[in-house]
Design a protein around this ligand. Structure first.
Ligand SMILES: Nc1ncnc2c1ncn2[C@@H]1O[C@H](COP(=O)(O)OP(=O)(O)O)[C@@H](O)[C@H]1O
Ligand SMILES: [Mg+2]
Length: 261
């Protein structure tokens, strides 16, 4: 079976009456890694949250389809079951739920009732992913993200990603706050998933992550839109020259959204 397709068309999003996204078009297919880059405040996280169905984000125009199904009509849990995954910029702490229980429930939520993952199989898969990501085994028994360092939270997002095996993942600043060793481990986890049935949208402010994960397509967001797209060479140019040249080329003075809107 070929991979899934996530199709975002002309997406407009408001938060509390403020227009943040002003027409985003993006198509991510199984097997493809896309990077969305851009300065702070240009709407990157809003894009991620809107696709996953955060209630604060109101879609005022445009469509999101996963394999032809209308994602915007789905509840958040339905989006996850349909194969979408969001790795968050600021993962929430959930007291009272261990990481291990959370992972098992999440896996089972994507499976049919009566077809839950056998406990031993789950433990085996979790242990091997913990090993691969060089995460201390004790972490699985701690409450989800509670007291985790920034780096542990991000590794934990990738742990979820590896175990849940979504069709399409959106990773929001998975690299922020990571030291170089953690960055390498996180990248190793994402690269391991690369195959024709897995598509990934990697949101990042810095080019650094893209030294370890080579994107097939690079998009730059400004003012709530994708203003430029290219291949991996675009990310390299941004690393060398920053974002100013794009602003000059396009006549953009203030790249952010929301302030004056
Ligand atoms: N939850 C929110 N409530 C109010 N305004 C928000 C919220 N999230 C984002 N915004 C606004 O949207 C703009 C874009 O934010 P965001 O999508 O987080 O940008 P990025 O991820 O590119 O830094 C911000 O400048 C802010 O004004
Ligand atoms: Mg952000």
């Amino acid at each position: 079976m070929a991979g899934s397709v996530l199709e975002i068309k002309n997406l407009h999003v408001q938060i509390e009456g403020k227009q943040i996204l002003k027409g985003v078009d993006l198509t991510i297919k199984g097997g493809e890694f896309h990077a969305v880059m851009g300065p702070n405040g240009t709407g990157k996280s809003t894009l991620a949250s809107a696709i996953m169905g955060h209630p604060k984000y109101e879609i005022t125009e445009g469509t999101v389809h996963l394999d032809g199904e209308d994602v915007l009509e789905m509840e958040v849990d339905e989006r996850a079951r349909a194969g979408l995954f969001l790795g968050m910029q600021y993962p929430s702490e959930i007291s009272g739920v261990t990481t291990s229980d959370f992972l098992r429930s999440s896996i089972n939520a994507r499976r049919e009732e009566g077809d839950e993952i056998p406990l031993m199989k789950f433990i085996k898969e979790m242990d091997s992913a913990l090993d691969f990501l060089e995460i201390d085994k004790n972490m699985a028994q701690r409450y989800l993200n509670e007291g985790f360092s920034g780096g542990e939270k991000k590794r934990n997002e990738i742990l979820q990603l590896m175990l849940l095996k979504p069709e399409i993942a959106i990773l929001d600043e998975i690299d922020s706050g990571l030291d170089i060793d953690a960055l390498k481990v996180v990248s190793k986890g994402i690269n391991k998933l690369r195959d024709e049935n897995f598509g990934c949208l990697i949101i990042t402010h810095y080019q650094r992550l893209l030294n370890y994960i080579t994107p097939d397509h690079v998009h730059v967001m400004m003012q709530g839109r994708v203003v430029k797209s290219g291949g991996p060479e675009l990310a390299q140019r941004l690393e060398a020259e920053g974002y100013e040249w794009i602003k000059e080329e396009l006549g953009i003075e203030d790249e952010t959204v929301g302030q004056n809107a």
